[in-house]
Design a protein around this ligand. Structure first.
Ligand code: ZN
Ligand code: ZN
Length: 609
């Protein structure tokens, strides 16, 4: 045994310094073969798949093909070079002895390569062999479960990790939080997070991202505040990327600006991911000029960055800016993807640019080899329907190579509402309610169309259908940020500490507006109540409470910015137009569909939403 003695050996790739330790069986002095440590060095020095294969052949000839340590190296290097786990699996299959470490390499290889099913299978196989998974196994197999959305398997692995005594192990808990959050189980994610004895920045980031991805922006923001106060190590760029979408969702522009400043002050690299998240946040908060500034300063941009800006212009109704940015994108040789075209087509639809919509819908397939999906067809039907071109909209629907979904019929239905076409609406409504039976918004739209035509029997039928199917109307809620605090209101909400003042303001506003000739339009109410009471109900919709609050407490003259989770109803839309004129303030409302910029008694959507 050449214990601890350095030797120099002439080999194909130059000289390798090697030492034989107990773990690597030595072939003995005088042999023409290297020892296992030297082979591992040699494998490490391979620069391409050919040299790797040559060294692999030498390893086999030298009789080391069952050596677990070399097998692990080979699996990893094969994965890196060939971009697949096929060769690695062959190496694994040729080993006669296996330990947890070797299985971990296999599981990690499959997960990082996106072969999640195989990763889970390898994990099961490992346990069947009587081997114990450890803190290197759990994070990767959990990642595979997240990617597959396999909550049951994830829970099983959680139990395994507890059996293995890993409760509270930071890496394992981080994997569990991410898995639970990804599978939509925020209760368990939060429980793991709360019970961790020590959290690192990844734990915080995963939990914040979990809330954000599952549409819980308020909880995300609360946790973010908790992190600022309670986590001494501080946040990183990933935290900002995780929180920014929630800030946009709440229209928490002040917080968003703060996050941006924090990144600059702390010297965070505004890379393409953080830059895009910032562009997205500013765009979604309706600050397109700032979004543009950030975008222009980005050193690198990818298709997501362009999409963020184009989408932002589109929902704001700035179709010419959206299309202008899109043509810059093409000039910059960035290939648009399916999302880009959704944004381009919906920008055209929102602005009533039917010719552009037709042109880009064609170009998408002809010039960019992208097959239109249901979403693209829905945008086309929207564009044509809004313009009243129902024959063309129907012929597009009939030309679809697959069954039109609820989104396509929903677009047609929306157009029928605008043009008050009840007979076509009935056809679209039947399909929509069949294809999307649990979406309350669809029933409300259908009921509103009937209500607008005074077809109360039909309204009642829709309501019965909703009851039979157990569909609940989602609660409307609106948020407004005033002095760095986000205030959220529900319809008829009286829980706000300044509720009295808000209702006083609303009553005052209503009196003034009635003086200007306002009569409530109560067709948006899906209830059998008298006219008086209906008026009362719309008058207390969540966005009105938020606007009234903003008028009282936001700094004088500033633009009032409100975000609503549902579509703005017709009555609130007319009222907000009038308020903007009455008080001489700009009011921006982002509803679930688009931005409405109210100014001087008019709205940027041109009453077309
Ligand atoms: Zn309303
Ligand atoms: Zn509007």
């Amino acid at each position: 045994m050449a214990f601890g003695v350095s030797i120099r050996l002439p080999i194909k790739h130059g000289f390798v310094r090697g030492r034989a330790f107990g773990y690597f069986p030595d072939r003995g002095n005088g042999s023409s073969f290297l020892d296992s440590y030297e082979y591992s060095q040699l494998l490490q020095s391979c620069r391409d798949i050919e040299s790797l294969k040559a060294v692999h052949a030498q390893v086999v000839t030298a009789g080391y093909q069952s050596n677990m340590y070399l097998a692990a190296k080979l699996i990893e290097i094969y994965r890196d070079f060939s971009g697949s786990m096929e060769d690695g699996r062959k190496v694994f299959n040729n080993t006669t002895e296996r330990d947890s470490q070797l299985y971990n390499v296999l599981i990690r290889g499959y997960t990082t390569h996106g072969s999640y099913m195989e990763a889970i299978r390898a994990y099961d196989e490992m346990q069947m062999q009587g081997l114990k998974p450890n803190h290197f196994s759990f994070p990767f197999v959990l990642k595979a479960c997240s990617a597959m959305g396999d909550l049951e398997k994830g829970k099983e692995i959680h139990r395994d990790s507890m059996m293995a005594g890993m409760n509270g192990h930071t890496y394992v808990c981080n994997g569990l939080i991410a898995m639970y959050a990804r599978c939509g189980d925020l209760t368990n994610a939060r429980q793991v997070f709360d019970e961790m004895p020590e959290r690192d920045v990844i734990s915080w980031n995963s939990m914040i991202a979990g809330y954000c991805q599952n549409d819980h922006p308020k909880e995300a923001l609360e946790l973010f505040h908790g992190m600022l106060l309670g986590f001494r190590e501080g946040l990183d760029g990933v935290t900002l990327v995780a929180i920014l979408p929630s800030l946009s969702q709440l229209s928490a522009l002040g917080h968003g600006r703060w996050a941006h400043c924090y990144a600059i002050k702390n010297g965070f690299v505004v890379d393409v991911v953080l830059g895009t998240a910032l562009v997205n946040m500013y765009a979604k908060c309706g600050r397109l000029s700032v979004a543009r500034l950030v975008f222009d300063r980005m050193a690198q941009r990818n298709v997501f960055s362009w999409n963020a800006l184009i989408g932002g212009y589109g929902v704001y109704g700035l179709a010419s800016d959206a299309l202008g940015t899109f043509s810059l994108m093409l000039k910059a040789n960035i290939s648009p993807d399916a999302i880009t075209f959704v944004y381009v087509l919906s920008a055209c639809a929102h602005a009533g640019l039917v010719d552009d919509a037709r042109q880009w819908f064609r170009a998408m397939r002809d010039d960019h080899s992208l097959e239109p999906s249901g979403e693209h067809y829905a945008c086309m039907v929207d564009a044509l329907g809004r313009a009243g071109l129902f024959d063309e909209a129907m012929s597009i629907i009939n030309s679809m190579p697959f069954e039109p979904g609820a989104d396509v019929w929903g677009s047609l239905l929306g157009a029928c509402r605008i043009h008050k076409d009840v007979s076509l609406a009935e056809i679209a409504a039947e399909r929509v309610l069949m294809l999307d039976p649990l979406n309350a918004g669809r029933y409300v739209l259908v009921a509103n169309i009937y209500a607008a035509s005074g077809m109360w029997d039909e309204v009642a039928r829709v309501r019965t259908l909703m009851k039979e199917r157990g569909v609940r109307k989602p609660l409307g809620s609106s948020s407004i940020e005033v002095r760095h605090r986000v205030h959220t209101f529900g319809a008829r909400d009286e829980s706000h500490p300044f509720s009295n003042k808000i209702y006083e303001k609303l009553t005052w506003l209503e009196g003034e507006l009635r003086g200007m000739g306002y009569e409530p339009d109560v067709n948006s109410v899906l209830h059998d109540v008298g006219e008086e009471e209906k008026g009362e109900m719309v008058a207390r919709h969540s966005e009105r409470l938020a606007i009234a609050f903003g008028l009282i407490y936001a700094s004088p003259g500033s633009t009032i910015r409100v975000t609503k989770n549902l579509r703005v109803c017709v009555d609130c839309h007319s009222v907000t137009k009038m308020i903007s004129k009455l008080v001489g303030r700009e009011i921006v409302v982002r509803d679930s569909n688009r931005f409405h910029h109210f100014k001087g008694g008019a709205c940027s959507c041109g009453d077309y939403w």
